[in-house]
Design a protein around this ligand. Structure first.
Ligand code: SAM
Length: 245
């Protein structure tokens, strides 16, 4: 359905999109606010120079730096345990997690390229890299605490024990975000952290894949599967949530 028609219908019926997120998301002005909220001392280590690059309009307002700060700060301050990334791509996010938590055990999952090309991974999959390109960035750095998994999360269930930190950045279709998150939170404990990429309520009005992610997270609240707050650093596209007790 065209965006303008959807907007008119929603307005006429007075339906709000993401009604649950509108109540649960808190925007933070800077990373210091996130540290204060959780009583954290350490700043993220941002070794990858590409966070300072500007590639397209998606990177305005230092978006890459804000994203890396959000992910890196959570990883650095949680530091130990089992971390999971859904969606490896070349492994820049994996390296960020690893460098900020060298004592954690990090798992990163990516759909096998052939399955992605066959459409088994959903619609918003970003890209289907060749096998050897998946994780190439972190492999070149020689990082030791990472385990690579090739799997389509449509049919994969985490089997890595209790998850302390998860970064959800695989297929951005609503149904995938919903299911990936649900499988992960079933493996979490109170105090575990879950982060979603492409999460930003303001940009959800302008970017279809961000809207799709936000709808998936909203649905988890609607069904009572997620409770509590999501923090979101201004200009980033990362949502940060701590599982409540
Ligand atoms: C946006 S990229 C991930 C970027 C990466 N997390 C980073 O920060 O550098 C999304 C990745 O998810 C993978 N992906 C898409 N659908 C998937 C699925 N159903 N299961 C697992 N991985 C999937 C894609 O192949 C792609 O490499």
């Amino acid at each position: 359905m065209a965006k303008s028609i959807r907007k008119k219908i929603f307005k006429a019926l007075r339906i709000e999109e993401y009604p649950n997120l509108k109540k649960s998301v808190f925007e933070l002005n800077n990373i210091g606010e996130l540290k204060k909220l959780f009583g954290w001392k350490d700043d993220a280590i941002l070794n990858d120079k590409s966070v300072y690059d500007f590639g397209s309009i998606e990177d305005i307002n230092e978006r890459r730096i804000r994203d890396a700060e959000s992910i890196g700060t959570v990883c650095r301050n949680i530091a130990r345990g089992t971390f999971l990334e859904i969606g490896t791509s070349t492994g820049i996010g994996t390296a960020l997690m690893s460098q900020n938590a060298p004592e954690a055990k990090i798992y990163t999952v990516n759909i096998p390229p052939r399955e992605a090309e066959a459409g088994e991974g959903g619609k918003y999959i970003t890209h289907a890299l060749e096998n050897e390109e998946i994780g190439i960035y972190y492999k070149k750095l020689g990082l030791k605490n990472i385990t690579q998994i090739f799997a389509n999360t449509a049919v994969w269930t985490p089997d890595i024990g209790t998850i302390d930190v998860a970064f959800v950045d695989g297929c951005h279709d609503t149904k995938f975000v919903f299911n990936d998150t649900l499988k992960i939170i079933r493996c979490m404990k109170p105090g575990s952290f879950i982060l979603w990429h492409d999460f930003n309520l303001e940009l959800a009005q302008k970017r279809s894949w961000i809207r799709s992610v936000c709808l998936g997270v909203d649905k988890l609240y609607e069904k009572g599967l997620l409770k509590g707050r999501i923090f979101h650093l201004k200009d980033s596209i990362v949502g940060v949530h701590r599982i409540e007790g």
